[in-house]
Design a protein around this ligand. Structure first.
Ligand code: HEM
Length: 404
């Protein structure tokens, strides 16, 4: 067994954090919601962590100002992030107000629903080109040939990052979000990514263009609103958040359709359901499995369990969104599900900044892929697909399909 975590309280299953768990974590989370909804884990390092699995507790915790995002703030938690240090940890998701408020205000205007809508034409062009390339063969991999490509191209264009650099930093972000078993490559990937970002910023500073990175550099240069490390961290976060997540929304949604032929046919017949189908995909197979870690700055009590000051809190969005106390028939796919207030984009002050962009990309993706390949089907048995290990990202590593 791969020992990322060990059960130290009543264990509904000894399977937590094994490949079987990654391939289908839902039964384990269902048992936890019933038997140990705020579950204490002890990692092999001795660090204690509490895993929140019910919807109501998850929503409360996500909006709880007593939980800090400055994970280095306490000794227990500092053990979590020893490998990605300094200049890459000064971003939105690692800060509390007032720093968080200031940092978020600086980028928020680039991601409003109105600004994102202006990207629609370009996203459509990029999507059409990817679909055309897929038409060349009878088989394709939805992940490699489409789902990875679209978000990465969009976020790179938005920031103003050269296309040639994409493959390389995709390798680094892959290592950094792997999030579990083998962390040995992390320091090296983080160092290389940092050096790359510093070079990129220097180039843009010398030769600004009409892109988000140049605009952020301009705000750094205007004074103390964004210092150099904050700028580097911001670009780092946007690059990771901008593509490691949306790929799994597209992949998991397509997987959901390909494993439920009736729902697949329903969406083919009625594409006006695509926006609500995307919300249902987000709820059913949350691309972000657990929200990023938080630390209790004072004792907090959820679902009758008290987490002491210094305790690390992990909130399972994947589990919360399948809580039968919140969603009727939570494991069933309802592409037109009403009242679908899922937590896949988080909640509270750290609510996903990129949600409008992710929705735009995913809606275009499903529209184009369904229209171009109405008879698409899995090219391997669903049981052969491997889901990514790690508590951060939930999605298959590949999704081979027969196109015709
Ligand atoms: C925050 C999910 C796409 C940028 C978050 C959080 C979640 C999330 C759950 C909150 C994490 C926490 O509270 O610990 C997703 C999903 C996406 C997606 C499921 C795609 C389907 C994007 C995109 C971008 C982006 C495309 C940017 C271009 C961010 C940023 C934050 C964030 C900057 C931090 C916000 C803050 O701390 O104030 N996202 N995200 N995300 N996301 Fe996304």
């Amino acid at each position: 067994m791969i020992g990322y975590g060990e059960w130290v309280t009543t264990a509904p299953s000894p399977q937590l954090f094994t490949q079987d768990f990654w391939d289908d974590p839902h039964p384990v989370y269902a048992a936890m919601r019933e038997q140990a909804p705020v579950h204490r884990l002890q990692l092999p390092t001795g660090m204690e962590m509490w895993l929140v699995t019910r919807y109501a507790d998850a929503r409360t915790a996500l909006g709880d100002p007593r939980l800090s995002k400055r994970v280095g703030a306490t000794a227990n938690a500092a053990a979590l992030a020893p490998q990605i240090s300094g200049p890459l940890t000064r971003h939105l998701l690692a800060n509390d107000p007032p720093d968080h408020t200031r940092l978020r205000r600086l980028v928020a205007k680039a991601f409003t629903a109105r600004r994102v809508e202006q990207l629609r034409d370009r996203v459509e062009q990029l999507s059409a080109a990817l679909v055309d390339a897929m038409r060349a063969g009878d088989r394709a991999d939805v992940i490699d040939d489409y789902a990875v490509q679209l978000p990465i191209q969009v976020i790179c264009e938005l920031l103003g990052i050269p296309q040639d650099d994409q493959a390389e930093f995709r390798r680094w972000t892959g290592v950094l979000v792997a999030g579990s078993v083998d962390r040995s490559g992390v320091p090296e990937a983080a160092a290389q990514f940092l050096a790359y970002l510093r070079g990129l910023i220097a180039t843009k500073r010398a030769d600004p263009a009409d892109d988000l990175l140049s605009a952020l550099i301009a705000s750094t240069d205007q004074g103390d609103r964004l210092d150099e490390d904050e700028l580097t961290s911001m670009v780092f976060l946007l690059l990771i958040a901008g593509h490691e997540t949306t790929v799994n929304l597209i992949g998991n949604g397509m997987w959901t359709l390909l494993t439920r032929p009736e729902e697949h046919r329903r969406l083919l017949r009625d594409p006006s359901l695509i926006p609500s189908a995307v919300e249902e995909f987000l709820r059913l197979e949350s691309p972000v499995e657990t929200a990023t870690f938080r630390v209790a700055m004072e004792p907090v009590t959820y679902g009758g369990v008290t987490i002491p000051a210094g305790g690390v809190v992990a909130i399972s969005l994947l589990s919360a969104d399948r809580d039968p106390a919140r969603f009727p028939n939570p494991a069933e796919v309802d592409l037109g599900r009403p009242d679908n207030q899922h937590l896949a984009f988080g909640h509270g002050i750290h609510y996903c900044l990129g949600a409008p962009l992710a929705r735009l990309e995913a809606q275009i993706a499903f529209r184009d892929l369904l229209a171009a390949f109405p008879t698409m089907r899995l090219a391997v048995p669903a049981s052969e697909l491997i889901w990514r290990p790690g508590v951060l990202i939930h999605g298959t590593t590949t999704l081979p399909v027969q196109l015709r």
